[in-house]
Design a protein around this ligand. Structure first.
Ligand code: XIL
Length: 481
């Protein structure tokens, strides 16, 4: 077996090779990764004695050198990191249009330096929104624009600064409730039932290569919530909404009964049968009263069983535990729900779990109809400093443009079909997710009318002044005003 450090280096090298191939091939396929990685969430502030950053992101306990040691020692078990809180919207965008990547960058930079990957957690967490967002009055359009701006800014930031390190994102966290309805929150109230779909579309526009997940809890056994998740995911797959996987949080023994192994597997199968990836994203298994040795044995057996279930399912591409060790678990030392104990000593299940994950057969490519084969149906312009989408309507071009930093900025566009130039415009972008309409020249409109029907044009865009980036655009002519 390749030792973990070497394995990481190998996986990293494969990722870099795949990245330099460009395009969709930039996503290292699961097939290229020999084993299922074991991940853990981290508190970045617990990695060093003096933690900078806002108080809620400070290490919840006194600094303990064993915490960074557990992550850095040779042969440590984890090869994927997840920010426990540091990449949530309230910390990345603490005030409207003000982003603070300082802490998250350290975390991702650490992962990069150690040949690890990071799971992006989380772009939109409707029950954990920043105060400024919960307090403001929104229209559907303005809230969509603000969320799009957040998604674009965050995904682009990490992709540009740490290429290849974050391959998958939880796009929407916990959209459903116990009754299998969309949870009531600002997003459902102001945007409506299609908000999950909209977020996925924005994320795909922002990064055509990322694997996009809906992450949900208590969706690991048959119940109304998981039933609704299957229905939602099936609908998305059928309609080409860009969804690559389901994140099963698996905080077991916390809310609701612990699912039996058969129940868990049946749910993993149902998500996989849609052609989606399945990732175990936040696994912890709380000890149950009277918290004795029997419960501890059961817990460690549970970890092994779940690792085995994942190994047995080709679509299962990751297993992440929610915490390095019990000492800092969000569920507390009594639940002691992790693979390392309060002293960062490995528990009995750790070695078997690693062996199971290491011996798992190579992951099969995700089936067509789901997974990586889903490309954004929305045309996208990507430039180092600008992103924009456009649909061509009867008399003009509707463009959504964004500044990479704080608005305002200006975006230049040219639209050509064959040799014919249909529009050349410079558009001032005054707010996040600014939408505008470019009127075509008379000659451009005539050309466009002749082209009625689906065509592909080239839309070039740049943040002025800056390099031009061109992308093909699907023309939808004459369907809407
Ligand atoms: C938790 C963190 O672990 C805590 O530190 C924080 O106080 C609350 O959030 N589901 C999720 C995670 O998706 O983001 C949550 O993390 C745990 C439940």
């Amino acid at each position: 077996m390749v030792p973990p450090r070497r394995r990481r280096a190998l996986v990293a090298a494969l990722a870099v090779a795949a990245l330099s191939a460009g395009g969709l091939a930039a996503v290292p396929t699961a097939g290229a990764v020999p084993t299922i990685p074991l991940g853990t969430s981290v508190w970045w502030a617990c990695m060093q004695p003096d933690s900078p950053g806002p108080v809620p992101l400070r290490c919840p306990k006194a600094f303990d050198q064993r915490y960074p040691d557990a992550l850095a020692r040779a042969g440590d078990p984890y090869s994927v990191l997840v920010a426990e809180n540091e990449m949530k919207m309230r910390w990345l965008q603490p005030d409207e249009n003000r982003f603070d990547f300082a802490v998250a960058d350290r975390l991702v930079g650490y992962a990069q330096a150690h040949g690890m990957h990071v799971r992006g957690h989380v772009l939109v967490f409707p029950s954990d929104l920043p105060l400024w967002m919960s307090r403001k009055d929104w229209t559907r359009a303005s809230l969509l624009a603000a969320l799009k701006f957040h998604i674009f800014t965050v995904m682009r930031h990490f992709k540009d600064k740490f290429p290849g390190v974050i391959r998958e994102w939880d796009v929407v966290n916990e959209p459903l409730d116990d009754n299998g309805e969309l949870s009531r929150n600002l997003l459902t109230r102001v945007i409506g039932a299609d908000y999950v779909e909209q977020m996925l579309r924005f994320a795909r526009e922002a990064d055509p290569d990322a694997l996009l997940f809906i992450n949900e809890y208590n969706a690991d056994q048959p119940n109304r919530r998981s039933g609704a998740l299957v229905t939602m995911a099936r609908d998305f797959v059928q309609r080409g909404v860009p969804l690559n996987g389901i994140g099963m949080q698996m905080h077991l023994g916390m809310a609701g009964p612990v699912p039996s192994s058969a129940e868990r597997v049946s749910m993993m199968d149902r998500y996989a049968d849609l052609g989606l990836r399945v990732a175990i994203t936040e696994l912890d298994i709380g000890l149950l009263p009277p918290y004795g040795a029997a419960s501890a044995d059961q817990q460690q057996a549970g970890f092994q069983q779940i690792a085995q279930d994942c190994a047995d399912l080709p679509a299962c591409t990751g297993m992440t535990v929610w915490g390095v060790g019990d000492a800092l678990s969000w569920r507390g030392l009594v639940a002691a729900p992790l693979l390392l104990d309060g002293q960062y000593r490995p528990k009995a299940g750790l070695a078997p779990v690693l062996a199971i994950l290491a011996a798992a057969p190579a992951r099969a490519p995700v089936r067509p109809g789901g997974g990586e084969s889903l490309l954004s149906p929305v045309p996208v312009i990507g430039a180092p400093a600008a992103v924009a989408a456009a649909t061509v309507r009867q008399r003009g071009l509707r463009v959504t443009a964004m500044c990479a930093g704080t608005p305002p900025c200006a975006v230049d566009f040219t639209l050509t079909v064959g040799g014919a130039r249909l529009a050349t415009r410079s558009v001032p972008v005054t707010g996040p997710g600014h939408a505008t309409r470019l009127r075509l020249s008379a000659a451009g409109a005539r050309t466009l009318r002749r082209l009625r029907g689906a065509r592909t044009a080239r839309l070039r865009a740049r943040i002025a002044p800056g390099p031009w980036v061109a992308r093909p655009v699907r023309l939808t002519v004459g369907t809407k005003k």
